[in-house]
Write a protein that binds this ligand. Structure first.
Ligand SMILES: Nc1ncnc2c1ncn2[C@@H]1O[C@H](COP(=O)(O)OP(=O)(O)OP(=O)(O)O)[C@@H](O)[C@H]1O
Ligand SMILES: [Mg+2]
Length: 499
């Protein structure tokens, strides 16, 4: 008998269909990868299985018995736990309290702290995390927070663990730890549903792959059939070249010059480099190397401790983003939820936000037609999936990222700063974003992007700056950059002074 069988699942949001007639099965101890383009309905389906939302139609059976979840607690009782795309922990509580939140063991009516911590320690260990259960969560990396979430799932004795894009903000090392945990769960008979846009991971982990497209089943691949081309064809409905687009931009004047910049993240180390018009420059490095911090300082979100920044040869003091925008900079931030978007507003307003801001400064007026044109152009180029008037906060994760990207792109900035530009976006949109980056360089702009996806760095960058502990460990030309040479610099194996 199947562990889980969902059939004919349908869900609408204010009349718009997110899922229709979707089937899904799961066996004990199986790792099932669920893939599909942004907005295909993956998270929605998982929320239904985990009791976060109710389906409008369809049936869910566990061990052959029909179940009906009205709450997350219902689903947990049935052994299903979901680790959300955006993590869901309380940072002000300690690890043990997070794990047992709302289910604390009690003695004489009071929370039995000793027992709670002892049990939490056991679950943390199973999740592969060596930490004091009495310690708070502040300052923990995303990977570790995820392990706390896994410990929580183990504590409810989950037989089905759902992970929605668990690795999108993990380092390579954290990803490997997570894979180890998944394999050990599997060997204990726990079934895992794994959502990811990283097809390499899917190939490595999945026993079976199920594909959604536009809210419906698009097909399934058994372990032996899993390869990138097949997955892409099922997701996108056509073949897609996996090559990175080149560009014909010719390096011109120096648009961005950074001299001896020091950030509070690595106060004793400094960075100097230049980016020319017509160049796409990648910044590689391990998590914590200070890459995002560098971009945030350039854009005026954080204040640098020292150093000089010049845009088009003119010195500029990045006091705040507004000044940075006026100087011709734009930043697509890493965390779309908190930095990039106004979640209550719709897609057109968000897209127009940055450029209107700039145009107003120039004494211009908001031009409704221009906003419509912007939306049409960006919607076409990025294929943003949204219902008319839908608030950006209700879009699927990847579609939010596309809006964040489109918003800044619409400005045609002289220097575009990108922090993990394709995190969480599907293969098609990834390609779109890469093409747009190349297009900017071709039109004589400078592009500086940070990425933890080494393939993307090697595929897109004309030049790679490798950061290690807050300084440049080295700079590699396209011809010199390889996985090995970048990693060697990123891990500090071979250090030379910043150029
Ligand atoms: N609360 C909501 N209100 C309105 N529409 C919603 C809501 N949640 C999701 N949707 C819509 O349902 C569709 C499916 O979204 P879902 O989040 O399931 O996609 P996804 O496959 O997880 O995409 P991604 O890869 O980008 O995370 C999208 O069109 C989305 O805009
Ligand atoms: Mg999703």
């Amino acid at each position: 008998m199947r562990l889980l069988e969902a059939s004919g699942i349908g869900k609408r949001y204010s009349g718009v269909r997110a899922l229709g007639g979707v089937d899904l099965t799961l066996e004990r101890g199986e790792v099932l990868a669920l893939i599909g383009e942004n907005g295909a309905g993956k998270s929605t389906l998982m929320k239904i299985l985990a009791g976060v939302q109710e389906a409008d139609e369809g049936e869910i059976r566990i061990d052959g018995k029909p179940v009906r979840f009205r709450s997350v607690a219902d689903a947990m009782d049935a052994g299903i736990a979901l680790i959300h795309q955006e993590l869901n922990l309380a940072p002000n509580l300690d690890a043990a309290s997070n794990i047992f939140l709302g289910r604390e063991p009690r003695k004489f009516g009071l929370i039995d702290e000793t027992r709670m911590r002892r049990e939490a320690a056991g679950f943390l260990e199973m999740a592969g995390l060596a930490m004091d259960p009495a310690a708070g969560l502040e300052g923990l990396s995303t990977g570790k927070l995820q392990q706390v979430e896994i410990a929580k799932a183990l504590s409810v004795d989950a037989r089905i663990l759902i992970m929605d894009e668990p690795t999108s903000s993990l380092s390579q090392a954290e990803t490997e730890v997570l894979f180890g945990v998944i394999r050990s769960l599997k060997s204990r008979g726990v079934a895992v549903i794994y959502i990811s846009h990283r097809l390499g991971e899917v190939t490595e982990l999945a026993d079976r792959v199920s594909v959604l497209r536009d809210g419906a089943n698009a097909g399934e691949l058994a372990r032996g059939e899993v390869d990138r081309e097949r997955m892409i064809r099922l997701m996108v409905g056509r073949d897609l070249s996996e090559f990175y687009p080149g560009h014909a931009g010719v390096p011109g004047e120096v648009l961005l010059e950074v001299e001896k910049l020091r950030t509070s993240y690595w106060p004793d180390h400094e960075v100097s480099f230049r980016v020319r018009a017509g160049e796409v420059v990648g910044v590689a490095g391990l998590v914590g190397a200070g890459r995002s911090e560098l971009l945030r300082c350039l854009f005026g979100i954080d204040r640098p401790l020292a150093g000089v920044i010049r845009v088009r040869g003119v010195e500029f003091e990045p006091e705040n983003p507004r000044r940075a925008i006026a100087a011709g900079l734009a930043l697509v931030p890493e965390d779309r939820k908190t930095q990039g978007l106004v979640l209550e507003m719709g897609v057109p307003d968000n897209l127009a936000l940055a450029s209107l801001w700039r145009d107003r400064r120039r004494g211009g007026w908001v031009n409704e037609a221009a906003v419509d044109e912007l939306e049409r152009r960006m919607g076409e180029a990025m294929r943003i999936k949204a219902a008319p008037g839908q608030a950006v906060g209700l879009l699927s994760g990847g579609n939010q990222q596309k809006v964040a990207f489109g918003k800044w792109l619409a400005m045609e900035p002289a220097v575009l700063l990108l922090d993990e530009p394709t995190r969480g976006v599907d293969v098609g949109a990834k390609r779109e974003i890469h093409t747009l980056m190349a297009g900017l360089a071709e039109r004589g702009k400078a592009v500086l992007f940070v990425s933890s996806d080494l393939e993307e760095v090697l595929g897109m960058a004309d030049r790679v700056l490798v950061m290690h502990e807050g300084r440049l460990a080295g700079e590699l030309d396209r011809g010199e950059a390889s996985e090995e040479s970048v990693m060697r610099l990123a891990t500090g194996t071979k250090d030379f002074e910043a150029a």
